[in-house]
Ligand binder design. Structure first.
Ligand code: SF4
Length: 681
């Protein structure tokens, strides 16, 4: 039996077929349609390997005498219900926080936010998009009125120039990197801005290896050059935008020489790259977490929007501002309103009319105050937050400053976690619920380019595990609010009714092919390119932003800039990929990339263990001496719990998007002779 579905890893959303024999998924093969065009990366090819792994959670567990004992669903859900209600009655609904998941389906995210707002009466719901693309939503909403990728994956190949900034596309979105490489081979130019010499450098016309956290200075210098040379699109600026004169004034001081001093990039290279971008008929900007995970994340994003508008690169094939979403359903979890300030469909919780629409359908009054974001929830554990419900997330691997996160989660009166596998976070839970994997349930994911696709149940859930949509519905019923859904298709019917951009979406239509939102009614074909004739907000807005340095910069004691990221072979906290034999055979150990000059000064040899310390924590891991990083910059992949990079990272937040600054913090490195025994991680 072959079951068509969607890859559970990244936001590209490649389609694959699960090959089932004797009730188990034995193999994955690519489908010839969809974003992957018949190809998968190594993670997609291995997507079945964790499904039947012996570590899977198979029964609900409750904490007893310092350990966990197995229990039945009824008892576990009753305990959760009682604990959440106790917190609500004693301290109010806002004493409960819920963490949704960008790995879960749209339907599950929709139900968890509905549960938060109807049953608990709080907007304290967030999802891990807070850690990757919250600044994209805030930034692009300000500039364009819509926080999503403007164009489609397919039309990247139409671009004359592709500007990739802060995206290690070959490792994080390999099948989009394939399109970029195809375009370059057909004659497109690639401008790459990245602190590391990543694989795409081999295809780049220009590589701008800027210091992490200096993006605004670089982009403002691009615009300085473009305006100085008269290369801006005056017609587009006049007819489609507002705020140009303020922008012109601000970028006047960002000469390439000025930006060179901040970014560490040669002024001539900055100038050349700006001219290549501006002279293209169609230029596409692609970015990811190298742009967003900063205390200036929103400013970085609006700078890119400014650049695109300045050259009229919006609303046409081969153009656009294109954030590549990390996890498989980051786009969808935000679309579904698993956010503290937005109801489903990006309608503000403060919007009375929007609330009324949902209140009439749900039969309950919705809370109106903005809820806490993910990092704010963690900081309030034991304070305003007494109880927490986490669906499919592992903040004890993926949040910054893990020592702090652990201390905070331990202050909660009650923590429930639904998960596939035991994790660092389930270790501190009071109740653990076994959740079904992507192969064991129906639903939809929304890929990075707003592409809504069906996932399909191929096998029965292992043990007693259940899909999260069923878990939430049962919990809600026990707590006195009926969610009478018989299938995820029913949930999508309600979403289509209440969320205008999903208005024409149904399982019947999705079974014939993907739909890209906005898809406003059953006859609407979906939308490949946004802002074609007008921006969602009317006119595009130039938002002027000055360069501000990262929250933490190197000093005498901590002289290196640490930047973190993902590898091709692993995903996020490694919960799934580190249970895949193919992937762990490739890489299964943390390492730190150090430039040869720095290694030489510290007398560190390739492969030896070093201790890396920041103001927040320390880890011990292997040194990898490489020219991929420039002098003064080091890189650590964040997948490995034994040496989790997030023990070091800084939890300083962007003031608007509240995204932490994962991409820059100051560290020191000690060679083996400086320490006698390995520290605790
Ligand atoms: Fe899966 Fe992304 Fe790889 Fe495609 S590119 S197979 S969606 S991990």
């Amino acid at each position: 039996m072959k079951i068509p579905t969607v890859c559970p890893y990244c936001g590209v959303g490649c389609l694959l077929s699960l090959q089932v024999l004797d009730g188990k998924v034995k193999k994955v093969t690519p489908l010839n349609i969809g974003p992957g065009e018949g190809k998968l990366c190594i993670k997609g090819w291995s997507a079945h390997e964790f499904i039947h792994h012996p570590d899977r959670l198979t029964k609900p567990l409750i904490r007893k005498n310092g350990g966990f004992i197995e229990t039945g669903w009824r008892k576990a859900l009753t305990l959760i219900s009682r604990s959440l209600l106790e917190a609500k009655e004693e301290y109010g609904g806002n004493s409960v926080a819920l963490l949704s998941s960008s790995k879960s389906t749209n339907e599950e995210n929709y139900l968890l936010q509905k549960f938060a707002r109807t049953v608990i009466g709080t907007n304290n719901i967030d999802n891990c998009a807070r850690l990757c693309h919250a600044s994209t939503i805030e930034g692009l909403m300000k500039s364009f009125g819509s926080g999503a990728m403007t164009n489609s994956q397919e039309d990247i190949e139409d671009a004359d120039v592709i500007f990739v900034i802060g995206s290690n596309t070959s490792e994080q979105h390999p099948l989009i990197a394939r399109r970029i490489i195809k375009a370059v081979k057909k004659g497109s130019s690639l401008i790459l801005a990245d602190p590391r010499s990543i694989d795409l450098k081999a295809y780049a016309t220009i590589h701008l290896n800027l210091y992490p956290g200096t993006d605004v200075a670089l982009i403002n210098a691009f615009m300085n050059v473009i305006i100085f040379e008269g290369l801006q699109d005056t017609h587009f600026i006049k007819s489609r935008t507002e705020g140009f004169h303020e922008l012109e004034k601000l970028v006047a001081k960002y000469t390439p020489e000025y930006a060179a001093r901040i970014t560490g990039v040669d002024a001539k290279l900055i100038s050349n790259a700006a001219k290549i971008y501006a002279k293209a008929d169609k230029a596409s900007i692609i970015f990811s977490m190298g742009i967003t995970q900063h205390t200036t994340g929103v400013n970085n994003v609006v700078s890119l929007a400014n650049l695109a508008m300045l050259c009229g690169n919006i609303g046409r094939p081969g153009t656009g501002v294109n954030p590549l979403r990390g996890q498989n359903n980051v786009q969808g979890s935000c679309d579904m309103g698993a956010l503290p300030d937005f109801l489903p469909g990006y309608r503000r919780v403060s919007d009375v009319e929007a609330r009324k629409t949902f209140e009439e359908r749900w039969g309950v009054k919705c809370p109106d105050g903005r809820g806490l974001t993910l990092i704010e929830m963690i900081n309030e554990c034991g304070g305003k937050i007494k109880a927490m419900y986490i669906m499919g997330e592992n903040p004890l691997m993926t949040d910054p400053d893990l020592n702090h996160v652990k201390k905070q989660l331990e202050k909660l009166d009650f923590l429930a976690v639904s998960e596939l596998f035991p994790s660092e976070t389930t270790e501190v839970a009071d109740v653990i619920l076994p959740a079904a994997s992507f192969a064991e349930k129906d639903g939809t994911y929304t890929a990075t380019d707003r592409r809504i696709q069906r996932i399909r149940k191929a096998v029965e859930p292992v043990g007693e595990s259940q899909p999260d949509w069923m878990i939430i519905s049962q919990l809600s019923k026990i707590m006195g609010y009926l969610m009478p859904y018989t299938s995820p298709a029913n949930v999508m019917e309600e979403i289509a009714e209440l969320v205008p951009i999903y208005g024409g979406v149904s399982y019947e239509r999705l079974d014939k092919g993907a739909l890209k939102w906005p898809c406003i009614d059953e006859n609407h074909p979906g939308t490949s390119i946004l802002h074609v004739e007008r921006f969602t907000r009317g006119r595009g807005r130039f938002v002027t932003v000055d360069y501000n340095p990262p929250s933490e910069v190197p000093d005498e004691e901590y002289p290196f800039i640490l930047t973190t990221g993902r590898l091709l072979f692993h995903w996020h906290g490694g919960t799934m990929t580190r249970r895949s034999k193919t992937l762990i055979d490739q890489v299964n150990e943390a390492y730190i990339e150090i430039n040869p000059s720095d290694a030489n000064l510290l007398r560190i040899f390739d492969g030896e263990k070093v201790k890396v310390k920041s103001k927040r924590g320390e880890i011990t891991l292997k040194a990898s001496i490489t020219e991929r990083v420039k002098e003064g910059v080091v890189f650590i992949p964040f997948h490995f719990a034994e040496a989790a990079a997030n023990h070091l990272t800084n939890s300083a937040l962007d003031p608007e998007a509240k995204i932490p600054e994962f991409k820059v913090c100051a560290v020191k490195i000690e060679k083996p002779s400086d320490f006698e025994s390995f520290p605790k991680t």
